[in-house]
Each structure stands twice: as C-alpha cells, then as structure tokens.
Write a protein that binds this ligand. Structure first.
Ligand SMILES: *Cc1c(COP(=O)(O)O)cnc(C)c1O
Length: 430
C-alpha cells in the first residue's frame, strides 16, 4: 500500500485539546509589571479563540462551516508510504509521511488560518493582521481571508521578502497586502529602521508590528500562525486523521517526527498520539527537529519569555533563546523563531518529546534524497524532519528493527528553489 486515504466524511468533527490530559498543569501565561499584556488580548483576538486558548475541554467541536472549507481545500490529507526512500536506505523500517504539502498553499498552515478567519468574522472583524517568515503563514491567511471575505495585512520578515519574491505573488493573488518588516507602517518598525535601514527582520519583530497594527484598529484582529494553544488545537486534524489512517492498515507509529518552528505542525500531528502514549495505549517516540542555527529546544532555557521582540505578548513559559535573539538568515525561514509553543515545551521538559538539531547542508541533502526517491520536493523546514527520520531508519538497519516512522510532511519546497540551488551549487556553509 503506497497511499492511505480517508473519505471526506472522515474529516474530523472535533479538535483534540491536549490541555485536558497533560501530565502536569500548563504554566499559565502571565502579565509583566506593566500589566498591559493580558488586558490587551480581547482587543487582539476574538473571544472565541481566547476561550479555546484557556480551555481544558478535551474535545472541541469543529464548526460546520470550518469543516466544509477543510473539505473544500482537500482534507483529509493522504498518508503516504515512502517506499522509494526505504528501498534506497535498505532499511527494515517503514516510513510514512502525512501530506500537508498537498493543501493549495503548500503547507499545514491553512488548517488554523481557516479556523481563525472564521472566528474573527463571527466576532465582527473586517480585517486580519499577521506576520510571516518564509511566507507560508501569510499565504495561508491570505487565502483563508479571501475564502471567508476578510481583508488581510501581512508583515513579512525582510530577508524572506527579498529571498522569496513568489510568496509575495501568492499572497497578492489571494488579495493579501504584504509589507516588508521592519516597515514604516508601525511605530516599532520605524524605530528599528531608524537604527538600521537594512535590518534583516525577524519573526519576533514582525509579530510586534502586526500586533501594534491590530491594536490600533477596532475592526481588525491579530492572528498568529503558530505557538499559541488554539493554533496547535486547530492543527490536531493532522494527527487525528493520521490515527485513523494507521488504524486502517492495522499499524501504529513507533516514532513520530516533525520539524519545529513555533511547534504547530509537530504539536498538531503529535498530540492525538501523545494522548494514547499518556494513557499507556501507545509506545511511541516523539522527535522534534530544529535548525542548528536556531536551537530553541536543545540550547534554549525553559523559562518565561515574550513571544515577540518588543515585549507586547504576555510572558509564556517555554524554551527560548531570548526574545531579542535574531536567528541567522537560513533558508528554512519558517523555523527562525526564538521560542516554542508552551504545550510542546512542556512535553519536552517532561521528557516526552526529544529535540534534535539539523544543519543546513544536511537538510538539503535529505531533501534532495527525498525528491530523488519519492518525487516530492520538501520545504526546507520539512527537510529537518526527513533528516531525523533517515537517521532513525538507518539505526533500524543496524538493529534490524521494523519500526514505523511517521513524518509530518509540513510543506512542499517548490517556492524554496533558491535554497536548493545554493545547495546544488555548493554555496551553503553551515
Ligand atoms: C511554518 C512552517 C513550519 C514551522 O512552523 P510550525 O508552527 O513549527 O509548524 C514548518 N514547515 C512548514 C512547511 C511551514 O510552513
């Protein structure tokens, strides 16, 4: 069997909220001394997603309208078996990959974009603001806004704005407005540009700008593409579908691997399986792959920090490299984030998820091998997960273990060809 599919009817009807089943309580987000941040949240987010952010209900209904759009954009996504890669590696392991790359925008981000746009509209918003790194989140939110009838303003990290011109085109096609960040549109952006007109930008800075913009406009809400509890909640459609798909072939994953930027594709895929692990029904290893240049889980500290650079967000307990950390301009723009979803961070801290680092040359090697053997060109972010999966499959070759390895295939790399080109031409140094 090469491809395990579900019918439209099998699209999940509820999201899974892991907050109901955590081994220890999630440390709450807190205010700082100034005390503004938590009070600000209702100006930034709809009451619906704020409720979800705090909820400890185990199952949360997916609104009918959201489920309809999920089906419209092609959910449930397929689970593929990477037989070509297995054969090349000569491994007894079976490698599966969950195809989030097949969404119209080419990544998993549409799963939460649709939900967030739906709830914002329901709460009366006319416009959404957001940040984007490599452009995947901006593309997803632009499309979701276009489908649900909202305007969209995207602050795009300056280096990516220059490196990924076609992402801009995608956002423009979906009627999103795109500004390079730091920008002149916000006070925070102007302050940074005054110090350094060629600032490369960072996700933290872009978040600050998008929040400031929404804060000053009563008809706008701010949205975040990762990190927050409600975002990971929406992404659990990935893992819930994958569970049904493994059940269809009477198998279970022994290793689940995903890449982590803010932790949403990994959390979304892992949490439903983690539920089974916590209840003793599944023996599975959870591996989170991150860039060596932005090693949040493996080198960061588990402590309270801001989600953005300006310190506009509440303090969240997470692994962090410090909110002023500006990661180097690597090609995997979607993983250039100083922090980590508090839910994923807690599971790492509890020893239930293990972080692994991958460097830039290794990841493109893995991506090229995947393209050669499976045909699909993975996003540089996704390549991190593939590299770790290959390492695990190679271990199985040594031990003879027939493990099932599941990769969360977060996105395709067809708009990341500059990175592949630099790799092929030998221009990558790290
Ligand atoms: C945004 C993105 C990521 C990283 O974000 P997470 O919230 O950690 O999932 C990974 N892969 C792709 C393809 C992305 O677009």
């Amino acid at each position: 069997m090469y491809k395990i599919t579900l019918s439209e009817k099998e699209t999940p009807k509820k999201w899974y909220n892991i907050a109901a089943d955590l081994p220890v309580e999630l440390p709450p987000s807190t205010q700082t001394e100034e005390g503004h941040q938590i009070d600000n949240l209702p100006k930034l987010f709809s009451k619906y997603v704020l409720q979800q952010e705090m909820s400890t209900e185990r199952w949360i209904d997916i609104p009918k309208e959201v489920r309809k759009v999920y089906k419209q954009i092609g959910r449930p996504s397929a689970l593929f078996r990477a037989t070509g890669l297995e054969k090349y590696l000569d491994t007894p392991a079976k490698i599966y990959y969950k195809r989030e790359d097949q969404s119209p925008v080419g990544s998993h981000k549409l799963n939460t974009a649709i939900a967030q746009a739906y709830y914002a509209k329901k709460a009366g918003a006319e416009r959404l603001t957001t940040e984007t790194g490599a452009g995947q989140w901006g593309s997803a939110l632009s499309l979701a806004c276009s489908l649900l009838g909202l305007d969209c303003t995207v602050y795009m990290v300056n280096v990516s704005f220059k490196q990924k011109p076609y992402r801009k085109t995608v956002m423009h096609l979906y009627d999103g407005e795109v500004l390079p960040s730091p920008s002149n549109r916000t006070e925070f952006g102007r302050k940074i540009l005054a110090e350094d007109p060629n600032h490369p930008g960072s996700l933290g800075i872009a978040i600050s700008e998008a929040m400031e913009d929404a804060f000053n406009d009563d008809s706008a809400f701010y949205t975040l593409g990762s990190v927050l509890n409600h975002v990971l909640l929406h992404q659990t459609v990935i893992g819930l579908e994958a569970q049904k798909q493994f059940a269809k072939i009477d198998e279970k994953p022994d290793i689940l691997v995903g890449c982590v930027g803010g932790g949403s594709n990994f959390g979304g895929a892992a949490f439903p399986f983690m539920k089974d692990k916590l209840s003793g029904d599944l023996d599975c290893q959870f591996l989170a792959a991150e860039p060596a240049s932005c090693p949040t889980l493996t080198q960061g500290e588990y402590k309270y920090d801001y989600g953005d650079t300006a310190g506009l967000t509440p303090l969240m307990k997470m692994y962090t490299l410090g909110h002023e950390f500006v990661p180097p301009s690597v090609h995997a723009g979607g993983l250039r984030y100083h922090g980590m979803a508090p839910l994923v961070a807690l599971l790492v801290n509890q020893g239930l998820v293990e972080g692994r680092t991958v460097n830039q040359t290794e990841l493109f090697q893995a991506g090229k091998l995947f393209a050669n053997t499976e045909g699909v060109i993975p996003a540089p972010e996704t390549c991190h997960a593939i590299k770790v999966a290959i390492d695990e499959a190679n271990k199985c070759k040594k031990t003879g273990e027939e493990k099932n390895i599941m990769i969360t295939f977060s996105g395709h790399g067809l708009l990341d060809l500059q990175g592949y080109d630099d790799f092929i031409e030998g221009h990558l140094t790290q």
